[in-house]
Design a protein around this ligand. Structure first.
Ligand SMILES: [Zn+2]
Ligand SMILES: [Zn+2]
Length: 300
């Protein structure tokens, strides 16, 4: 049964469906099978439940939304895949810690090597000596699986910039919902220390559907602009492979200047090869102007 708005059951009831371990085991058995599909007897045998009545009862609770029926075969449907995905991200049932891992980039404040640490579901790149946080973002325990510490650091960098790219494109990386983005004044130490430290203005990202919200450095917007990427490429720097914390326009709060309060207007300055690129951003987080200057500040 589906309501006019597409609701098949209250979300609480959907969660309660997986209150019996046999139902989760059925999904995993189908996932492990060739073509994610099995006949009744084989599925029962792989789950290891001898009581056919009991097995059938629990299977029937999944049939429809999570498990489809195709002739004699039971097959995993898209929502069944997504339940497995949610479990495999690890946040429901496990934790993981990584680091501190010493990085190749030095702290802009005190010169010590930056470190990566992952604990309590949040990965942070910062300085253990002076306490600076350069960039921080949640990471799932499942992402630690099968990776070296250095591999986790690399995955954190790539995943974080992709999540922010989704958000900037107006699509929530968690739920596909509508994301509002814009520039915001520094949200205060309690909130911004979750993502970065001491930036006079940040990007504010807020999903209208789920709990995803964020205050990334405003400079992240430069990473997604083709003219900025081209400017760096011409100077031998590939923005796609340079870690976020090694990009001064992302990591350094001094590169961000508030030019106007209301509506908020901000410039972010990047440097490469003795030259500067000054990027103007408006309050809706759009790039409105690019100004190339030599490092001494004289306009070209
Ligand atoms: Zn430091
Ligand atoms: Zn969302």
């Amino acid at each position: 049964m589906t309501d006019d708005d597409g609701t098949t059951r209250p979300p609480e009831a959907a969660f309660a469906l997986f209150g019996h371990e046999l139902r989760v085991e059925i999904l995993f058995a189908l996932w492990a099978a060739e073509r994610h599909s099995l006949p009744f007897a084989e599925l029962q045998s792989r789950v290891g439940e001898r009581d056919s009545g009991k097995f059938n009862y629990h299977l029937s609770k999944l049939v429809g939304q999570f498990v489809g029926k195709n002739g004699d075969e039971y097959e995993l449907r898209y929502p069944g895949h997504r339940v497995i995905d949610a479990i495999r991200t690890g946040f429901l049932h496990r934790t993981a810690d990584v680091g501190p891992v010493t990085l190749d980039t030095d702290c802009r404040t005190c010169g010590a090597a930056l470190t990566f640490t992952y604990e309590e579901y949040v990965a942070r790149v910062g300085c253990l000596d002076c306490g600076d946080i350069v960039v921080a973002f949640p990471f799932d325990p499942g992402g630690v699986e099968g990776r070296s510490d250095e591999g986790v650091v690399d995955a954190f960098d790539r995943r974080t910039r992709l999540c922010w790219r989704f958000a900037v494109a107006g699509v929530c990386p968690m739920c596909a919902g509508v994301v509002r983005t814009g520039l915001a004044p520094e949200p205060g130490p309690e909130l911004d220390s979750h993502y970065t430290d001491d930036h006079p203005a940040v990007l504010a990202v807020d999903c209208r559907q789920c709990s995803f919200y964020n205050y990334p450095p405003a400079g992240i917007l430069l990473c997604y602009h083709p003219a900025v990427a081209g400017w760096f490429a011409d100077r031998g720097i590939d923005l796609r492979t340079t870690p976020l914390w090694a990009l001064d326009f992302v990591a350094d709060p001094d590169r961000v200047a508030v030019e106007r309060e209301d509506p908020l207007g901000v410039t972010v300055t990047a440097t490469a090869g003795g030259e500067r690129l000054r990027v103007s951003l408006d309050e809706s987080a759009r790039v409105t102007a690019l100004e190339r200057t030599p490092a001494d500040g004289e306009s070209l």
